[in-house]
Write a new protein. Structure first.
Length: 142
């Protein structure tokens, strides 16, 4: 089973982050520009939370607030579920399912070294299964 550091090696370990005192609008702009569904939130260069499209829809849009008036720290998720780079993909999928999150910051100690999404995890399992199937087909063909 593939480990998280292997996913990061393949997809890259670029981490997009925003300071907690920035406007939610700025965060949404950055997510759109970077084509991601979540950003790491930092305070003094340390992980303070995560802000996702889900946070935006539930805590801004549905409450009739304006993203140009609210700060990221007002809607971010503070209790962040994180993964360590040595975890296996299936362990991370279990975390995603148990905690009902879609993005896992990947940590090395207290430093964020990447982010994986539920889509990244599913893709790696599909790729691994495809490889096994191809190997079995080659074996059967002799």
């Amino acid at each position: 089973m593939m480990k998280i550091y292997e996913i990061l090696a393949a997809k890259g370990n670029q981490v997009w982050s925003i300071a907690s005192d920035q406007l939610v609008y700025t965060a949404i702009e950055m997510m759109a520009e970077k084509e991601v569904g979540a950003l790491i939130v930092t305070e003094q260069d340390a992980l303070a939370g995560i802000i996702s499209e889900r946070d935006y829809t539930r805590k801004v849009i549905l409450k009739g607030k304006s993203s140009r008036e609210i700060l990221v720290k007002e809607i971010m998720t503070e209790k962040v579920v994180v993964a360590h780079d040595q975890l296996k993909v299936d362990e991370c999928l279990a975390m995603v399912s148990e905690f009902k999150v879609r993005h896992l910051p990947v940590m090395d100690g207290d430093r964020v070294i990447g982010m994986v999404s539920m889509g990244d995890l599913v893709k790696s399992i599909i790729d691994e299964q495809k490889f096994v199937i191809d190997q079995l087909e080659q074996y059967i063909r002799g």
